[in-house]
Design a protein around this ligand. Structure first.
Ligand code: NAD
Ligand code: FE2
Length: 383
């Protein structure tokens, strides 16, 4: 079998890196940018330094902030209309995963026709993403999705009401700017939930099927960074070293999951579309059950992951056994709910959720094959 390994994004990382955005936009040939963001990011004042840098570089800009958490197809279409109305020639995605994903979709729609359903990765949509697209710079303000370096955009498609992954290497940002100062003001509950998304990406990528030694190494190192710094960033939002490490872990998780994700993401997606649960929180609720389910086929990897998360046991079997408990303990330390019942999911919804999780493509890479019945048991165990 032939594998494809690719690490192409230019990444600028460090305190104050955001001030380079004007120069970067210029070197990409931009003259008029559309900033794609959300109202929370705007209200937190996170655009100020970006706008100043664009002003200094002589780049005109307009702001589109019509993105919600768990973005909808209609929002991407509005963003694309804003891009056209502004006469923009490049896109700056600024925010958490939601605005960053929409920034990629605006880029896609700048050169491709709607509806978005036709680009669904699960239906071979990547092949339809062929036209040259405007440049894209991504600037994360959460440390979770790693969407700034990812090849995918997740969007709820109108026709199906399903979280749908649109994937193409052509959607990769030209430049990602990682500035920990932009994440300092993130409230503790968002720090916790987004951080658990980053941790889950590293975990699932490391355990995913497939041969990708580079992604494995990055995932394991990212897991270690998240294990050491997530609690610190949660306890003291101004701990810039912890914020910086979490941005690295988040970015590394997304670089690593080019290898694939797993059953936890398949379980998380319907929890967001059916019940509006934040994506990172949904992963945090499901991950320990998935670790227990996968342990019979991936003991050695789960043991290494446990060690990266700080579990101190010597033999592989005990390490793997302790892993799910360590994630549950971290979840509790971060003040996150401990089960689906606590976030208001009714028990009678579990069979339907199991069907939807089974239809989600992420579990194709899970180390252990999952049936609908397995997903039902997994949801019950996460309840
Ligand atoms: N593209 C991918 O590969 C990928 C991977 C995982 C998740 N996702 C998607 O990403 C989305 C979730 O992204 P997210 O977890 O980053 O959350 P988000 O982008 O939805 O943001 C959550 C909230 O945090 C606020 N916020 C963001 N940065 C802030 C800051 N610095 N200070 C204060 N408030 C801030 C936002 O305004 C918003 O209200 C989901 O739609 C999920 O499906 C995409
Ligand atoms: Fe995720």
């Amino acid at each position: 079998m032939i594998s494809t390994w690719s690490f192409p994004t230019r990444i600028l990382h460090g305190e104050g890196a955001v001030e380079l955005v004007g120069a970067e936009a210029r070197s990409l040939g931009g003259r008029r940018a559309l900033i794609v963001t959300d109202p929370g990011v705007r209200a937190a004042g996170l655009l100020t330094r970006i706008e100043a840098s664009l002003d200094a570089a002589g780049i005109a800009y307009e702001v589109f902030d019509g993105v919600s958490s768990n973005p909808l197809e209609a929002e991407a279409l509005s963003g694309a209309a804003a891009f056209r109305d502004a006469g923009a020639d490049m896109i700056l995605g600024v925010g958490g995963g939601s605005p960053l994903d929409v920034s990629k979709l605006v880029r896609l729609l700048a050169a491709h026709r709607p509806p978005l359903e036709q680009y669904d990765d699960a239906r071979g949509g990547a092949e339809k993403i062929t036209e040259p697209m405007p440049p894209l710079v991504t600037i994360p303000t959460t440390a979770g999705t790693g969407s700034e370096v990812g090849r995918s955009a997740v969007v709820t498609i109108q026709a199906t009401n399903k979280k749908t992954v649109i994937f193409s290497p052509r959607l990769l940002a030209d430049v990602a700017i990682l500035d920990p100062e932009l994440t300092l003001g993130m409230p503790p509950h968002i720090t916790a939930a987004t951080g658990m998304d980053a941790l889950t990406h590293c975990f699932e990528a490391y355990c995913a099927k497939g041969h990708h030694p580079m992604a494995d190494a990055i995932a394991l190192a990212g897991l270690e960074l998240a294990g050491r710094h997530l609690e610190r960033a949660f306890r003291d939002g101004n701990d810039v070293e912890a914020r910086s490490a979490m941005l690295e872990a988040s970015m590394m998780g997304a670089v690593a999951f080019q290898k694939g994700l797993g059953a936890c993401h398949s379980m998380a997606h319907p929890l967001s579309t059916e019940f509006g649960i934040h994506h990172g929180l949904a992963n945090a609720l499901c991950l320990p059950s998935v670790i227990e389910f996968n342990r019979v086929v991936a003991q050695a990897r789960i043991a290494r992951a446990a060690r990266a998360l700080g579990v101190r046991e010597s033999d592989v079997e005990t390490l793997a056994f302790e892993c799910a408990g360590a994630v549950r303990k971290l979840r509790q330390t971060l003040g996150l709910p401990g089960g689906l019942a606590e976030v208001g999911v009714p028990e009678e919804a579990l069979p339907r959720l199991a069907e939807l999780a089974f239809e989600d493509p992420c579990h194709a890479n899970n180390p252990r094959a999952c049936t609908v019945d397995d997903f039902l048991s997994l949801y019950k165990s996460a309840y």
